[in-house]
Design a protein around this ligand. Structure first.
Ligand code: MRU
Length: 338
């Protein structure tokens, strides 16, 4: 059983506060869409598919809140609320995808029964959650075919159960290979600055009984040079039409190292992460985070006062660094030529 990032209840959702992992496993219950937006911004819930699911439920919860409004007026209100939710984090397309999918259900509703209308929105959010669970399982099945007994996999950030509605994207492949009885090892980049690799991936894999070793981000070079890595598998926040990949900052560094060492570089992502509306990585908005996340750690100042900071949360890996994409429809070749 994998940890659940979000659990829907009746007109509320419980969100696992990932900022407190691995020390504490605490779920916060939300009945106001604005609190869910804050939860997404604070990275209580994070990971592309998971924030999409949270966004869809946020819209459904917003619909329930306006008790005195008729359906037609509510549709107009929800259009603005949807924009507010989508703006919470700009890079992962799954957020906009899931919110728009739920909003489309609202606009498609032709009746005037508010309860029925709200029920349709809630059901759509639940459909997105359930579907994501299946997409994860499918990526796991297809991706595990690439993994041999004895392989050692490097991953970056957290693309596991905590980031999705199911068993993860990149980590689904690892879970599936492990369940097939393959003896695999994983190296987890700690993933500065918010340590999703150390706090989340290392924790998740350890809970699942998978052999995982934590390393600082800058150790991925020596790991590959020493021949210790069979392949890299990680997730994505958005994949452009030409195959360029937006993912957690540091992904591109790993991709360059992988190409330099002839290590296959796999990106696992469901169809909801592929954005047909952007031609290349240059068109993907890159979220910048607060300088506070860089200059402080654990309440201790780690850089001089007044220092200038550059804090992109994601980077772009050009398609010619990608060996293959592990999708819910199968493994598709990337643009890398070796
Ligand atoms: O800032 P985060 O923690 O939301 O970043 C998450 C990532 O970059 C993941 O690798 C990506 O969303 C894929 S999750 C299946």
């Amino acid at each position: 059983m994998y940890p659940r990032a979000l659990i829907p209840l009746e007109k509320t959702v419980k969100i696992l506060d990932q900022t407190r992992l691995p020390g504490e496993m605490i779920y916060n219950e939300y009945d106001d869409y604005r609190d869910i937006i804050v939860s997404i911004k604070k990275l209580e819930i994070r990971g592309a598919p998971a924030i999409g699911i949270a966004g869809a439920y946020a819209l459904a919860i917003a619909a329930h809140a306006d008790v005195d409004t008729d359906v037609e007026h509510l549709k107009r209100i929800l259009t603005d609320v949807a924009t507010e939710i989508k703006n919470a984090r700009p890079t992962a397309v799954n957020l906009a995808w899931a919110v728009d999918r739920t909003l489309n259900v609202a606009h498609a509703y032709g009746g005037d029964d508010k309860n029925e209308f709200c029920g349709h929105l809630w059901d759509e959010a639940t459909a997105i959650l359930k579907e994501d669970e299946e997409l994860c399982a499918a990526m796991g099945r297809y991706g595990a075919e690439l993994i041999k007994d004895g392989d050692t996999i490097l991953t970056h950030c957290n693309a596991g159960a905590l980031a999705t509605g199911g068993m993860g994207t990149a980590l689904a492949v690892i879970y599936a290979a492990h369940e097939q009885g393959k003896k695999i090892k994983v190296y987890a980049d700690e993933t500065r600055p918010l340590l999703q690799g150390a706090r989340l991936t290392a924790w998740e894999l350890q809970q699942a009984g998978i052999d995982v070793t934590l390393n600082v981000d800058s150790a991925s070079g020596i790991l590959m040079r020493q021949g210790r890595i069979s392949c890299v598998i990680l997730g994505a926040d958005r994949i452009a039409k030409n195959g360029d990949v937006a993912n957690k900052i540091g992904t591109f560094n790993v991709a360059v190292l992988a190409r330099a060492h002839g290590v296959p570089f796999y990106v696992a992502a469901p169809y909801s992460t592929f954005d047909q509306n952007v031609n290349s990585g240059d068109d993907i908005p890159i979220e910048e985070r607060s300088a506070d996340e860089i200059v402080n750690w654990g309440g201790i100042r780690t850089a001089p006062e007044g220092i200038k900071v550059y804090a992109p949360a994601f980077d772009i890996t050009p398609h010619d660094y990608v060996t293959a994409y592990i999708t819910d429809k199968g493994v598709k070749p990337g643009g890398r030529e070796d």
